[in-house]
Design a protein around this ligand. Structure first.
Ligand SMILES: NC(=O)c1ccc[n+]([C@@H]2O[C@H](COP(=O)([O-])OP(=O)(O)OC[C@H]3O[C@@H](n4cnc5c(N)ncnc54)[C@H](OP(=O)(O)O)[C@@H]3O)[C@@H](O)[C@H]2O)c1
Length: 347
């Protein structure tokens, strides 16, 4: 389907007041994304408030069925329910939807895109393009360049997920509960199911009673197979929420079809788009969420042979990435940058 994206697009942001919404604006400003007009949308609670975009105050409107008239690109980040209801309306109005929620990710008609891996899929869209889960993006950006040279048969990963993955309210809960704890007060969790300050807990998505896997873990497994276009890749995941304000980290071990050395992995990753190696054994300096925050790249370090596999097919590493950026807003804007120009603009 040919899309009608103008050189300078009218861009709607659904969920502009949220943690991801704020990063959409910052990322478009930083990357000088060509915007003719911004249409900030949120719930009725936020209508009438303003956001700053390119030194102008733009008034937030309440999302409704008429919000997408004249919109070229609609960036969605207001939860799966909102995407399910309003993305088809936006497409009908002529917009291309880039959706950060999980609503359409596994729909066979919707490309699930990490531009460093499968940008070519963008052209196949039928109005909606999905941004993968943030834990999946963090793992797959560095795993893809290895997989494409020496197929990865099996991955086992554990996440250390920041409050920012739960949105602005979860970040606030971490700050407030830490403050309360330090001043000896009790804090009743409001957003997350367990005490967050000086604690960690299994990811707060629903558990499948049959498999024992939570939804976040299941997303990583399914989305890895869809993005890599490899139904045979074996993926084991444990997702954990940690009391870090921003940026997810992951411990990853993978097994390749052919033998692989840590030097080969380092050489591949040193040239991989979207990856920065941070692997200083002398200084014991490796990827940390505090360093990944505000960065576009996935930081990769602790690259070492997995000593539990004597065959030399397995490598372990530790990664950190700002999931509000590469895990959400940046990945979406990268997709928008790759949308084809209209025939008119190309002639
Ligand atoms: N946080 C992440 O790292 C991350 C990463 C990848 C994907 N995502 C996805 O992005 C989405 C938003 O995440 P977030 O972290 O930015 O959440 P958030 O900080 O809680 O923000 C939610 C946004 O949705 C808006 N909203 C809520 N109800 C609405 C309604 N009925 N109509 C219109 N807008 C409504 C809110 O507007 P009001 O302020 O007016 O309520 C707010 O702008 C979710 O689908 C999430 O899964 C998040």
């Amino acid at each position: 389907m040919e899309i009608n994206v103008k050189n300078d697009a009218v861009v709607a942001i659904v969920g502009v007041t949220g943690a991801v919404g704020a990063e959409f604006i910052a990322t478009m400003e930083r990357r000088k994304f060509p915007v003719a007009r911004l249409k900030p949308l949120a719930s009725a609670r936020s209508a009438g408030k303003t956001v700053e975009f390119r030194r102008h105050s733009v008034t937030i409107e309440a999302l409704d069925e008429t919000s997408f008239e004249g919109v070229d690109i609609a960036l969605f980040s207001a939860g799966g329910g909102i995407s399910r209801r309003f993305a088809p309306i936006a497409v009908k109005a002529g917009a291309v939807v880039i959706d950060n929620s999980s609503a359409f990710r596994m729909d066979p008609n919707v490309p699930l895109v990490i531009p460093e891996i499968n940008a070519r899929r963008i052209r196949e869209h039928k109005g909606i393009i999905a941004v993968p889960n943030c834990s999946a993006i963090t793992a797959l950006v560095p795993l893809w360049p290895i997989h494409s040279r020496n197929r990865i048969k099996r991955v086992i990963l554990s996440t250390y997920q920041a409050a920012s993955g739960g949105g602005a309210a979860a970040m606030d809960e971490l700050v407030q509960s830490t403050r309360a704890s330090l001043s000896g007060q009790t804090y009743q969790p409001k957003v997350l199911p367990h005490p967050y300050a000086f604690n960690l807990f299994s990811h707060n998505t629903a558990i499948d009673p049959e498999t024992g896997y939570n939804e976040e873990e299941t997303k990583v497994i399914k989305e890895t197979r869809k993005i890599f276009e490899d139904d045979r890749i074996a993926v084991g995941v444990t997702c954990v929420r940690v009391p870090v304000l921003r940026a997810h980290s992951e411990a990853i071990t993978f097994e390749c079809e052919r033998p692989i050395t840590e030097d080969q992995v380092r050489a591949i990753l040193s040239e991989a788009p979207g990856v920065k190696i941070v692997d200083d054994r002398v200084r014991n300096y490796f990827p940390m969420p505090i360093d990944a925050s505000g960065q576009d790249n996935v930081l990769v370090g602790r690259i070492r042979r997995d000593l539990s596999d004597a065959s030399g097919h397995s490598i372990s590493m530790f990664v950190a990435a700002d999931q509000l950026l590469k895990g959400a807003a940046l990945n979406a804007i990268q997709i928008a940058e790759l949308l084809p120009e209209p025939a008119m603009a190309m002639s």
